[in-house]
Ligand binder design. Sequence first.
Ligand code: T1G
Length: 708
Amino acid sequence: MDQREFARYEVVDGVAVITLDNPPVNALAPGMREGLMAGVERAAADAAVTAIVVMGAGAHFVAGADVRQFGKVRPVSTRASAAALEACAKPVTAAIDGYALGGGLEHALACHYRIATARARLGVPEIKLGLIPGGGGTQRLPRLVGPELALDLILSGRQLTAAQGLALGLVDTVVDADGYEALRAQAIAYAGQVAAVRPLPRVGERTDRIAAATSDPAFPASLRKAAPAKSLKLLAGRHALACVEAAATATLDEGIALEQALFNELENSDESRALRYAFSAEREAAKLPGAPVDARPDPVRSAAVIGAGTMGSGIAIAFADSGVPVRVLESSAEALERGLQRIRDTYATRVKRGSLSQPAMDECLGRIRGVMQYEDIADCDAVIEAVFERVDIKQEVFARLDQVMKPGALLLTNSSAIDIDVMAAATGRPGDVAGAHFFAPANVMKLCEVVRGPRTSMDTLMRTMKMGRDMGKTCAVAGSCDGFVANRSRTPMMTELMLMLEEGARPEQIDRVMVAFGYPMGPFAVNDISGLDVSYEGRKRRAAANPDYRKLHVPDRLVDMGRKGQKTGAGWYRYERGDRTPHVDPAVEDIIGTVARELGITQRSFSDEEILQRQLFASVNEACRILEEGKAYRGSDVDAMWLHGFGFPRHRGGLMFWADSVGAATIYRQVSQWHEAYGPRWKPSALLAKVAAEGGQLRELRGQAEPA
Ligand code: T1G
């Protein structure tokens, strides 16, 4: 690999400019560090050079190490290339535009000066990949901004703006430069100004911020206390704390040696593998097989939502938050006002919690307009229908939209189960119809399941994916079938956890198992918050539509008794007035026992392992059926959906990634046994059997036919 290709070198007015070039975000691919070091060496040896600038080509500095290179041998480490920058005898200035993240920021920290444009974003997000900064960042950052802030930046992985970086001493100045050429000129001028300044301000040699921190008798206990418990649950969090503590107590070299050892351990950890996989899976999900590679779908610049209920108002907020003006259409003034009030309340809560400023709230509300005539939305680029889940009502809406919407408008439905082609058939433009299925609350949950009907055009699919992405959503494609991909793959899990109750498992045991697995809360505690009656109606509809539908007697019985969850003071658990703490309720055990006796089921005890596997194996089997039918493009898309739609623990990678950690053969064997024991709902998917026989990876599965 010709390293100079990644690191362009030139000298201007005695300043060597090294430009790192690896689009789209200049991730540190093999050859880049080598090119950088060769450039520094060349500049150091060139008597005509008095100073050096390091910058990124295009719109970004460097967004960190190339995530695809983890687990592979890297001839040169970020540690080494950063050390070369810091050791250089001539002043090195990092000129930062766009992202300077992870190894990118670590290189900048090793430079003697840092200048940034207002567009710069600075951070060390390695923790999101189950890692710690591995290029000296855990040692240089505390020396530059102090141990506590450094630890906060490492554990949160959050990005700082240039202004924040300046205020915190992370950057020396913010320059007004728009684009590469402008920044390059400013950087060369700046480098010229500091060319003669000595000694060089090496961050690694700074002691003032550490001394200030360690002079506090409460240090380092105060540092440990400042670390959020949640981030210390992960190995990377604990290692980050150890490294930042070492920055305050050991020499730079000792600290960097510790960082290296802990980084290597993390790089080979299951947690990091899962988190790195999740990073790639959610980006892979955005790719549409068959879409033209150079496609640049038009953005949605104006939108409309039909129905201002819970989902409709959430979708409207998501549009407004992403800067898109949105009209909310309702059939009556009362319903419209109720919806707009719900929207105002949501924003007011955010302001109250301090997660949004009042001016920002006003700006977002200014983008939302309530209307009651279809003609008032006719010129919108996209319309999302979010009315009651009834075929006749939805067909009426789509027929009306077909009459009024401008040609080329996206005609989308937020239905969570109804066949897309049912709505498409009500229009004369079925190619413009697709599903944009959001998850409640739509302004919070990141998943947007883009549902492709048999007649949905590729252009509609591409534009809907872009719309969702611009709303800050993670989008993945599903074929049209009952429950599409996300809900369809999850339903068996929900069924099994309810049926295990009849057989003797307890809600609190199942919740404990799922929390230990990594969910923030167990399914029964979550159900008590969302309300047992919400899914009750859905089950009644399914039972009415399908005589073979296996009724879930326990939850039905609880709802019939008025136990709808926290809102009624009792559901799966009971709640003290004004307190959300779930308390185990023997009454629930009695109800379960009664149902079991009525059904003639002899109850038994369950191991934690069986509880976990019964749920997740059922969904893995269904996910394989979905891929078999071509209702999903990739096994990894299912994972992107579970991570962003159902809060699947990210450090487990996703349903299919986790399943691969168990092994397809093990899963197939168990599914086959449960098929014997429990009948057709456990019939093994043929694709699962095939993967098991071939020793393949479930996450790498491809849809067996075009999603339709
Ligand atoms: N490596 C490889 N590819 C990357 C990449 C990376 N670090 N970052 C982005 N890409 C690709 C991405 O896959 C996509 O490609 C395209 O760039 C646009 O990204 C030693 C060990 C930078 C905030 O964790 O958080 O340094 O899918 O779609 O929404 O201490 O990408 O189009 O083919 O996400 O505008 C630390 C990871 C690494 C940053 C941009 N760095 N990246 O978000 O676009 S560890 C990170 C991001 C490290 C050192 C350690 C985001 C972004 P494609 P995108 P975006």
